[in-house]
Design a protein around this ligand. Structure first.
Ligand SMILES: [Fe+2]
Length: 282
């Protein structure tokens, strides 16, 4: 990884790891020029994850920034009742009686792509760190362009054209526990998808939500998925983000997976999330 920052006008970018990610410096997200906005978008498409540190954003500021990623209305999908502001929810382990829009428990969460169980999944997700635990609670990101590209040629040929069922059922790990709950939201997507902007192929399965390969005997499907999950999670494809208060981080759900490490549930963790617009998978 080059330690030298790449100067692009008044905005600079710095790689976060060999796997993926770039930090964009020299911007205030409350007041972006069209040129700065385009640089952030370009950095996002090139690096999959963009980090902007030391920001102070109101809910409205964050929504306004989220809309700069284009593509229509912001929506978290399955929990619209929690949204007081378009597309915005709190991801927190802190119970707040005056603010019922907090979601997700504490603890570890396996690798996944947000909304992969929907017909049109969200293209990306943004988190803004308001309170963080003193240790743990990192977010891991896996580059699924790289894991696809590094697969042995025979495996690439084997998975070409295959489709997999993705299920939202956090209570059950579908690949470990047999049949997922029939009521759980689910959708079949290609195992290898093509990014609509970069046109690069990526591996669109994940350990948390992908239940099975369509049309394949269960044992064979489980073995293939186990292989692909382990491949995606190789250390060389992963960046671990250690949060700071004021971090704004946007990831691309089309070519990156994310996971959360465990943290002390007695410590407060408050993040504000924007879910970027949904789009079709190709
Ligand atoms: Fe997620």
């Amino acid at each position: 990884m080059s330690e030298q920052a790449q100067v692009t006008g008044v905005v600079t970018t710095r790689p976060l790891s060999d796997a993926l990610g770039a930090e964009v410096r020299g911007v205030d997200l409350r007041n972006l020029s069209a040129e700065q906005n385009q640089k952030i978008l370009d950095a996002w498409h090139e690096n999959l994850v963009v980090l902007i540190r030391n920001q102070t954003l109101s809910e409205e500021d964050q929504v306004r920034f989220g809309k700069l990623f284009g593509g229509g209305a912001l929506s978290s999908g399955h929990i619209p009742a929690l949204e007081r502001v378009e597309g915005l929810v709190y991801v927190t382990n802190v119970k707040q009686p005056d603010r019922p829009d907090g979601i997700l428990p504490d603890g570890e969460m396996q690798f996944h792509s947000d909304q992969c169980y929907r017909d049109h999944p969200s293209k990306g997700t943004m988190l803004y760190a308001i309170e963080i635990p003193s240790e743990g609670g990192n977010t891991l990101f896996a580059n699924t362009y790289k894991s696809y590209e590094a697969l042995p040629e025979a495996v690439k040929q084997k998975i070409e054209g295959l489709r997999a069922l993705n299920v939202y059922d956090y209570g059950v790990n579908p690949t470990r526990c047999g049949q997922p709950n029939a009521d759980a939201p689910s959708h079949v997507h290609p195992v290898v998808r093509t990014h609509p902007v970069t046109r690069r192929k990526s591996l669109f399965v994940n350990r948390l939500m992908t239940a099975r390969i369509e049309g394949m005997p269960k044992e064979e499907s489980d073995a293939l998925l186990d292989y692909l999950f382990a491949y995606q999670e190789r250390p060389e494809f992963i960046y671990s983000h250690r949060w700071q208060v004021g971090d704004v981080l946007i990831w691309d759900n089309r070519c990156a997976l994310h996971a959360r490490t465990d943290f002390d549930s007695k410590q407060r963790r408050v993040m504000r999330r924007i879910t970027l617009p949904a789009e079709a998978v190709e």
